[in-house]
Design a protein around this ligand. Sequence first.
Ligand SMILES: C[S@@+](CC[C@H](N)C(=O)[O-])C[C@H]1O[C@@H](n2cnc3c(N)ncnc32)[C@H](O)[C@@H]1O
Length: 256
Amino acid sequence: MPRIHFFEFEDLPWFPHILRNYMTDFLQAVSHLFDVYEPIIPIIEKGLAKSKTNVIIDLASGGGGGWKKISSTLKETYGDHKILLTDLYPNLDSLDSLANQSSYMEVCRGSVDARCVPKLLNGLRTQFLSLHHFHEEDVQSIFQNTVDDEQVLAVFEITERSLKGVLSIMFMPITTLLITPMITPFSIFRLVLTYILPILPFLILWDGMVSVFRTYSEKELRLIIEKVKGSENYVWEIGKKTKGPGQVFYLLAYPK
Ligand SMILES: C[S@@+](CC[C@H](N)C(=O)[O-])C[C@H]1O[C@@H](n2cnc3c(N)ncnc32)[C@H](O)[C@@H]1O
C-alpha cells in the first residue's frame, strides 16, 4: 500500500479547539481502557536508561494518551520518574486533569513543536500516535534535532498501513459510540456531537483512516534516517510489540 499524506482535521490550524480536544480525549480513553501500551514499557525503561535521566518529555501529548496507565506501571517497575506533557496545541483541560491525579506528571502550558524541541527540555523524548502527522522532511527534522541535541527518542504508533489496519479503523465509530460516556472530562456537548449530531464519530473515523495511510513503514523510516547528519553515531532500533490482535510499532534512537 503506498503512503498517502492526506489531511487530518486535527492538523488544521483553524480546526475548532474544542473538537480537537474531544478527539484527543477519545484517544486518551482508548489507550487507557485497553491498556494499549503495556507491551512497550521495557522500551521506555531502556530509553530512560540510555538517556541517563528519569525525565520524559512527551511531545504531541494530545489529551495525554496512555500516560495514566504507563506512569502507574513505571512506578512499579522503574520507580521515580517525571513526565512533562507537551503539544503544539495543548489540550489543557485533559492534561491538567491527568497531572492533578498524579505527582509524576506536569503540563507544559505553552506550545511546543516536536520538530524543534526547546534545548532546556532535557530527558527521554517520546511521541505516541503522532509521527504519521509529519511529512518526511519534518520527520527528518525531528530525528536531526534529537541527534544534534544528543537526546534519546522513542516513537510509538498503533496504526498499521495494511488491509488489517484499514479494517480495524472501520470499527472506530462503534468504539466511539460505546466508550463516549466513559470519556473525561464529562461534557454534554460531547454527547450531543456523538449521539444526536454524530460529527465526532465521523471525524474520528476520517482522521483514523487517514492515519493508517500516513503511517511510515520501517523501510521509509530507514531512508529518512540515512539523510540525518550524524545518524551513524546513533543506534536506531525499530520493531513491533504485540498485544492480542493489536500491535505497537516502535522506534528507539540513542547515541552509540
Ligand atoms: C493523534 S494526536 C496523538 C495524541 C497523543 N499522543 C495520544 O497518544 O493520544 C496527535 C497530536 O499531535 C499534535 N501535533 C501535531 N503537530 C505537532 C507538532 N508540530 N508539534 C507537536 N505536536 C503536534 C496534535 O496537536 C495532536 O495532539
